[in-house]
Design a protein around this ligand. Structure first.
Ligand code: ADP
Length: 367
């Protein structure tokens, strides 16, 4: 019995010195959110030198979102089911100074004798330097894409007019027509790249306090189909739609959801040469599942894990023949995580692909 207690105390000591040697701040709180343990890095990060044991967490830790709105830490922790991770949080010091932090909060279940008690472990790190580099890069990308947009749009319009005019003139050498068409394709590609980069920097800057609204699912899908009908018809593809009869509204960010569906639908049309595209919207608990299926090229097993990474394009010769930046699905995934949505993929080579997007209802985020 004594040996067991001594071993337990040794284990505890070892664990404490391990946590203390960490460079990240670690704080453990009980179910009442009173601090039960913390390491040296916590005192460094919070810039205090007093004993934190027994203190209420919200009394020593003040957090804001990126728009400087105060975060109700007590409420946030109570709402965590699996874990909470964010790089978009600011730690506010008593003198008003702030620093950007990475924070992860995980619930843990500790055994106290026969009883299981709930507790939480917070891990925090100062990421101010990284954030300011990221911010500079985002600002650069957003300024450059904004400045490039106007000249590229003008060039696209002018080349398109020239093609139209020349189509009415006889005896134009074939090389002129071909060169203009090539130039047009390249300018359209450039315009898409600029658009993708602008959306990417917006997605990477996304914050906790985005606009959440009640979105009418049927209206949104009809809008999408209207926008893509011509593109699909030009390839001889038909777009089908199916709705659950009881499906009306989803509470989320409309712009992000639309961009996600748009990117996936755009790909479905691009990578399908025959058949049809089907958009299905179903209710699943309080979430809505959107599935976009195509009868296209399909995605190889080895590609499935990679298509959501930056600039990745499949080696399939049919992908190579279509223009693309390899940014679409990377951005789509970023936007999905901003609205807590998840994307799954089923695909078979030469049979087609189905992308399913599970969008949770963010009703509780509406004030
Ligand atoms: P892009 O279409 O610009 O190449 P994306 O990030 O949108 O970039 O897609 C990455 C890759 O995933 C594509 O290059 C293509 O190989 C593959 N892909 C995406 N959607 C489909 C689809 N519906 N069918 C077949 N391949 C697809």
């Amino acid at each position: 019995m004594v040996a067991k207690a001594a071993q337990a105390s040794l284990d505890h000591e070892q664990l404490l010195s391990l946590v203390n040697s960490m460079t990240d701040a670690v704080i453990a709180v009980d179910n009442e959110q009173l601090i039960t343990m913390y390491n040296g890095a916590t005192l460094n990060l919070l810039d205090i030198n007093s004993n934190l044991r027994g203190e209420k967490l919200s009394a020593v830790l003040t957090l804001n979102d990126l728009e400087d709105k105060a975060i109700d830490l007590h409420k946030l922790i109570k709402s965590i089911k699996t874990s909470f991770v964010s790089r978009n949080i600011k730690l506010v010091y008593p003198n008003g100074e702030v620093c950007n932090i990475y924070i992860s909060i995980s619930p843990v279940h500790l055994s106290k004798g026969l009883e299981l008690t709930k507790a939480y472990v917070l891990l925090m790190r100062d990421i101010t330097k990284e954030k300011s580099l990221e911010q500079e890069r985002d600002e650069f990308v957003s300024v450059v894409s904004h400045e490039l947009r106007t000249p590229v749009t003008i060039a696209e319009g002018n080349i398109s007019n020239a093609i139209e005019l020349l189509s009415q003139v006889k005896h134009i050498p074939e090389i002129v027509n071909k060169s203009l068409l090539d130039a047009y394709k390249q300018v359209v590609f450039l315009a898409k790249m600029i658009n993708d980069l602008a959306t990417l920097s917006r997605a990477e800057r996304g914050s906790l306090s985005m606009d959440i609204e009640h979105v009418n699912v049927r209206d949104l899908i009809s809008e999408l189909i209207l926008a893509y009908q011509k593109q699909a018809e030009e390839k001889g593809l038909f777009i089908n739609q199916h709705f659950d009869s009881d499906l009306t509204l989803i509470t989320t960010n409309r712009l992000y959801l639309k961009e996600i569906l748009q990117n996936i639908l755009d790909n479905a049309i691009k990578y399908t040469d025959h058949g049809a595209i089907t958009i299905q919207s179903k209710k699943k608990g309080s979430s809505v599942v959107f599935s976009i299926s195509d009868t296209g090229h399909g995605i190889a097993k080895t590609d499935k894990a990679k298509i959501f990474t930056k600039f990745y394009r499949s080696e399939d010769y049919r992908t190579k023949s279509k223009s693309g930046t390899g940014l679409g699905l990377y951005i789509t995934n970023k936007l999905a995580s901003l609205i807590n949505a998840t994307i799954s993929l089923e695909s078979e080579i030469d049979q087609g692909s189905t992308f399913s997007i599970y969008v949770p209802d963010l009703d509780s985020h509406i004030d």
